[in-house]
Design a protein around this ligand. Sequence first.
Ligand SMILES: C[S@@+](CC[C@H](N)C(=O)[O-])C[C@H]1O[C@@H](n2cnc3c(N)ncnc32)[C@H](O)[C@@H]1O
Length: 275
Amino acid sequence: MRAFLRFLKGIRAFNAVRRFGRASTYYNSKYLQIFKWTIQSKEDTNYTYFITDDSKLNIANAVAIATNAPVEQVIQYMEEAEGDIELKDQILKATKASDLTNFSDNEVRYGRRLGWYAAVRVMKAKVVIETGIDKGLGSVLLSSAILRNQAEGHPGRYYGTDINLKAGYLLSGKYKESGEILYGDSIESLKEFKQEIDLFINDSDHSADYEYNEYITIKHLLSKKGIILGDNSHCTDKLAKFSMEEGRHFLFINEVPKNHWYPGAGIGISYPKYK
Ligand SMILES: C[S@@+](CC[C@H](N)C(=O)[O-])C[C@H]1O[C@@H](n2cnc3c(N)ncnc32)[C@H](O)[C@@H]1O
């Protein structure tokens, strides 16, 4: 039998089919997910999804390393965000009231943004900027982190930038108290910005040069503990290179979507070298 199998494997065409079958087992479930998503989801862009437990744990560890904080605390903050029913209700309410309700799902899925939230909480960040906000899922989540910090005696403010005047409708209800949106080209808004920044998240124009220019524009504003989260780091090396130029550490952690065809993005993290 073994000899016969060895003989078959020696036939190039047979071997090609066998190897094709083996390799495709890694991707076949994706087609089912694509089919389900086509029927069930209304999202057209900036897809949202849950991420796997392993992925959450990896993100928590990366955030803990970059913020020099205990990982247990980071995990606790990620769980706090996911368990915040009031926040979820507000997001669903704002989604229903929006023009884009026909392109949104009736479920709140933060994905890697849970890591962004935990960074604000653990750092007690005073000033947070997110460039490129789309509907405002990151905006409202980050503003909720600031509200919680505030309630614990650590005031802060969120600033989002977007070129699209309709962006940011999810930043609503009480969450609007701790955040605001600067409309217009992101780099133009950043040039006018004068406050020290604890957390900067790049997620606007995803071209590599634009991303790099955002970092160059704000680098003099970064606080001593200032951290940059890059939402383009699964596609470009710009945050890694910027970090090397500026004598900062860099790490990248990917996210793994749960039951979704999208391969996932990740979080690039540029952080100071702690003594
Ligand atoms: C990927 S989405 C942002 C997603 C968002 N951060 C989130 O958490 O869901 C990118 C956004 O960047 C905005 N954008 C693109 N070019 C821009 C620019 N030059 N200045 C400001 N915003 C820009 C787009 O309008 C879009 O809303």
